[in-house]
Design a protein around this ligand. Sequence first.
Ligand code: PLP
Length: 419
Amino acid sequence: MNTTPAPIIGGAIARAAAALGAGELREETLLRHIAPLFSRVLKRSEIYLANHSLGRPLDMLESDVREALDAWYTDMDGAWDVWMREMATFRNNVACLIGLGRADAVVPKTSAGQGLRAVLNAIPAERPRVISTRAEFDSIDFILKTYSKRGRAHVDWIAPRERAGSAPLMETDDILHAISAGSPDVVVISHIFYATGQRIDRLEEIIAASHAKNAIVVLDAFHSAGVIPVDFERIGADFALGGSYKYTRGGAGAAWLAIHPRHLENPRLRTLDTGWFAKRDTFGFERPEEPLLATGGDAWLEATPAPLPLFQARSGLQLVLAIGVERLRRFSLEQLAFLESELISAGLGVRRGGPTPEQSGAFLLVPHDDAHRASAALKAAGLNVDARLGHLRFCPDIVTTSDDIRRAASITARALMNR
Ligand SMILES: Cc1ncc(COP(=O)(O)O)c(C=O)c1O
């Protein structure tokens, strides 16, 4: 499989997106044409602003998954053709989402962490030197700490800087300094940090500095893919990790590892995380002593894949591609500006992860000393947000209305400030 990807989008989603017209997204047209695709989840009475954590599913997700099951009930082993076709579609659409010119360079994984381990287990060094940050998501943090503890990696951690009146900030200069002062094999860094929403600044400089040291860069794009154009191939990171359960509304289990095409035939980067789907001829059932790998990205596949999550991921990914990430981002920035002004008018402190809206992701922060208790109180009052490291996180999505935002601000003020 080695085709130039173009989005594969089903009829109902293509029609709904076309009905929006070509211009900027507007609440009124989104409610008319897109909200009906979410009728089940929109029946819930609470205001849902935890889209940065678990995205809202389209109604058709259920029938997509049923399609995978129907194929099994009716065709038994014939279902594999249907399942493998969906895998090809998933790889194609993720490639489109992140600006990658080869669909086979996307390797389905069940989690981002699985993707990270596949990369770590491909580094030729016995104990690779890793540079990463204290601001990575728990899964990445825990895996790196486990590799370090077991003597399978040496990790240098860079901490964000505490700043009065703002969320802790990762400084690109600190990262560049660590790279130039060390001799890393791998640099693992988020595109947008999970707890604060800060978008890493001068990413291309970090990548160039890493390459100057012959280090590979693993970009965690979980909070950027579907939110901002990732442009993975152009920016030149070596690997990217992501998954479907937030901004592409595909639920858990459909994650991915993306490989820069320059590494697809790189014999020095061959992962130990392998299995018979990575064989040159999976269904030839030959067993030569030399494990012969498939070509291109298929060499990074593993054992028998899990097809159902790929069906589950289908509709959300298609919706994002059909509407377009740039337009979604502009709409999200407008919504966040409105939410910010409503929260401020209600007397609340608000923070963005980065110094400007453009240097921040898809959610806003409200600082709170006991953020977990505060998020439980808000949930009880009908507003679903979540809490990380001393902040509440608020993330509207395309079916969040201005009225939801106004009400969210007043619920927050009432619950947290007794107003
Ligand atoms: C930045 C980031 N990376 C990765 C993940 C998920 O990691 P995994 O799929 O390994 O559980 C998340 C989930 O919140 C995240 O925010």
